[in-house]
Design a protein around this ligand. Structure first.
Ligand code: NAI
Ligand code: 15L
Length: 269
C-alpha cells in the first residue's frame, strides 16, 4: 500500500480529534475533517452525522485512509449507542468499502476489555488476545467495532488497525491513568504507525505511552513501528499524594476499566 497522505478524521471536533488535528500534519498528512458538530477554526470541515450515509460516502471519496474517532465516547443508553457507535461504524465501513478506501484506524477502547482484572505487581501484562469483557454498552460497541473491522478485512479486504486507547489527554489526571495514559504526541506516533505499516489485515493494539506502571502489552503496537517516547511517571508523585494508591478490594480499582465498571461517566450531549 502506498503511504497514505489524505486522511479522513471523523470526530474531529472532539478532544482527541482536536489534539490530532494539531499533531498529525507534522507527520505528513492532509486531513479532511468530519463531525456532527462544527469544528472550530475549520470552515471546510464536513458537518454531518454518522447516520447520514450519503454524506459519509462523499466524505470518504478519494481519501487514502480513515481515522475513525466519531461516536459516543462515554456510557449512554443502548439505543443511543446502537445508533451512533454500532450503526454509525457500520455506515462508515460501508462507505469505505463502496469507495475503495483501503485502510481504517478504529478508535477502540480499554473498555472493550474493561472487566479484565488489572494486573497486580508481578502479574503478566494483559495481551491483546485476552477475551473481550466490555464494562458498559459503550465498551460493548467497541467490541462490536473490532468484530466489524475483522469482518470487513476477511470479507471485503478493508484493512484496520483497532487501537484500544487507554486515556489520551494532555496529562494523566488519576492514579489509574498512570497505567493507561497515552500522551498526545505518542497518540500521533501510534496513529502514524497504524496508517503506514504494511499488511496489517486486522490488527488489534493497545494504545498508551511507555508507562512505568503499564498494565498491558504494547508488542503488537511496536510491531507496527510504534516507538513511544513518553512515560506518565513524572506525574505519579503528585497524583498518588492527592488520591492515594489503588486499593485492593475496591471494585472501582479492581478492573482495567476502573470506575466505568461501578459508576460510568454518562455522555452529556
Ligand atoms: P469526544 O467525545 O471528545 O469526541 C467524539 C466526537 O464524535 C465529538 O466531537 C462528537 O460530536 C462526535 N460524534 C459523536 N457522535 C457522532 C455522530 N453520530 N456523528 C458524527 N459525529 C459524532 O471523544 P474523544 O475523547 O475525542 O474520543 C475520540 C474517540 O476515541 C471516541 O471514539 C472514543 O470512544 C475513543 N477513545 C478515546 C479515549 C480517550 O482517552 N480520549 C480512550 C478510548 C477510546
Ligand atoms: C474511554 O474510552 C473514554 O472515551 C475516555 O473519555 C476516557 O474515559 C478513557 O476511556 C479512560 O478509560 O480513561
Amino acid at each position: 500500500m502506498p503511504a497514505p497522505r489524505t486522511v479522513l478524521l471523523t470526530g474531529a471536533a472532539g478532544g482527541l480529534g482536536t489534539l490530532m488535528r494539531g499533531l498529525l500534519p507534522a507527520h505528513g498528512y492532509t486531513l479532511r475533517l468530519f463531525d456532527q458538530r462544527p469544528v472550530e477554526g475549520a470552515p471546510d470541515a464536513i458537518t454531518a452525522d454518522l447516520a447520514d450515509r450519503a454524506a459519509l460516502r462523499e466524505a470518504v471519496r478519494g481519501v487514502d485512509a480513515i481515522i475513525h474517532l466519531a461516536g459516543i465516547s462515554l456510557e449512554a443508553s443502548f439505543e443511543r449507542i446502537l445508533k451512533a457507535n454500532i450503526e454509525g461504524t457500520y455506515n462508515l465501513y460501508e462507505a469505505a468499502r463502496e469507495e475503495g478506501v483501503p485502510r481504517v484506524v478504529f478508535a477502540s477502547s480499554n473498555h472493550a476489555v474493561g472487566y479484565t482484572p488489572r494486573p497486580e505487581e508481578g502479574d503478566p501484562l494483559i495481551e491483546v488476545g485476552t477475551p473481550r469483557r466490555p464494562d458498559t454498552f459503550y465498551g460493548l460497541s467497541k467490541s462490536f467495532g473490532e468484530d466489524l473491522a475483522q469482518f470487513y478485512w476477511d470479507k471485503h479486504g478493508v484493512e484496520t488497525v483497532s487501537v484500544r486507547i487507554g486515556s489520551c489527554f494532555p496529562e494523566p489526571t488519576s492514579v489509574r491513568m498512570l497505567s493507561l495514559w497515552m500522551s498526545p504526541a505518542d497518540g500521533a506516533r501510534l496513529f502514524h504507525a497504524a496508517l503506514t505499516a504494511e499488511d496489517v489485515g486486522h490488527t488489534v493494539v493497545y494504545g498508551s505511552s511507555a508507562n512505568t506502571r503499564l498494565w498491558w502489552d504494547l508488542s503488537t503496537a511496536r510491531a507496527l513501528g510504534y516507538a513511544p517516547q513518553d512515560d506518565s511517571e513524572p506525574y505519579a508523585g503528585k497524583l498518588i499524594a492527592e488520591q492515594g494508591e489503588l486499593e485492593a478490594g475496591n471494585e472501582a480499582h479492581a478492573y482495567l476499566g476502573g470506575h466505568f465498571v461501578t459508576d460510568p461517566p454518562i455522555w452529556p450531549y
